[in-house]
Design a binder for this molecule. Structure first.
Ligand code: AMP
Length: 284
């Protein structure tokens, strides 16, 4: 497996692959890889002969006071895992390679990214859409795989790709959990034993909501959210949001529709780790 550090080399390699008739898929990550990331590589391999994993801790998607400096970067181990999964190459550019000093161009999606994490982390999605654009222009992929773990991010990227006519097919991949239900995340490494136990309240609250909706499709959403809040705060979580939304538009639901896809999304901090989780429900 090759390691590529410059945009020029990455573009050159991708062009060669395309010239030989291979399809190229990209799996963008910030490293500290876990089973969730590896599942995306497996999805990518189903679509393309060549799979590029990008590993780049993108400074522009971190706000002030967030964990940019603390973000884990076990690059050697990450590369070993990518190699084991059969990735064709990893693209590991430096910050200077991705952002020239006087860089002054941004890509900004102005609707889907406004609420939820966008409201709590101003500038976050502008950083995401800008880096994903730059990674697409470096890797020149046919396919890009993103996890449903970051459900709003996936929606923002789908909208960006549609609006700007990127010739890239976006594929969403299922959220992968630990055996006890905790959504896998690179940030779980920040949790001590007690905080990790408390963080299980995120997935428990979602499970509770699914059961309640299954029992009664007229359930009052306001009441349901209040009960979920209690569960998360019972785990010592500092709640950011609980939202019950239309799965595609991400518009808030006042009542449950008779049919269609809805998504319940939660975010809360447990000690140093701000964690997110979500679940989809098909109604009708
Ligand atoms: P990150 O390294 O956190 O930026 O994530 C890189 C990609 O991996 C994103 O598309 C995430 O949605 C995806 N991802 C992270 N955790 C999981 C998970 N537990 N299950 C599925 N995909 C995930």
């Amino acid at each position: 497996m090759q390691q590529i550090k410059t945009i020029a080399q990455m573009q050159e390699l991708s062009k060669q692959w395309h010239f030989s008739g291979d399809k190229v898929a990209v799996v963008p990550t910030m490293g500290a890889l876990h089973e969730g990331h590896l599942s995306l590589i497996r999805v990518a391999k189903k679509h393309a002969q060549k799979v590029i994993v990008t590993i780049f801790v993108n400074p522009t998607q971190f706000g002030e006071g967030e964990d940019l400096d603390a973000y884990p970067q076990p690059l050697k181990e990450d590369m070993r895992l990518c190699d084991l999964e059969g990735a064709s190459a990893v693209f590991t550019p430096s910050a200077a390679e991705m952002y020239p000093k006087d860089s002054s161009t941004w890509v900004d999606e102005a609707q889907v990214g406004l609420g939820l994490c966008g409201a709590k982390r101003p500038g976050h999605f502008r950083g995401v859409t800008t880096i994903v654009t730059k990674l697409f222009l470096a890797v020149l992929p046919d396919y890009a795989i993103f996890g449903e773990k970051d459900f709003q991010q996936l929606a923002v990227i789908r909208r960006m790709v549609r609006d700007l006519n990127f010739p890239v097919t976006i594929i969403g991949a299922p959220l992968i959990r630990e055996k006890d239900g905790l959504a896998m995340s690179s940030r779980n490494r920040y949790l001590n034993t007690e905080q990790r136990q408390g963080a299980l309240s995120l997935s428990s609250s979602l499970k509770y909501a699914c059961e309640k909706i299954d029992e009664d499709n007229q359930v009052l959403l306001k009441k349901l959210k209040a009960q979920m809040k209690e569960i998360i705060e019972g785990g010592q979580g500092k709640l950011d949001y609980i939202e019950i939304l239309h799965a595609e538009s991400l518009e808030e639901l006042a009542i449950l529709p008779d049919s269609g896809e809805i998504r319940i999304l939660v975010a809360a901090s447990f000690g140093p780790a701000r964690l997110i989780d979500n679940v989809g429900i098909t109604l009708g």
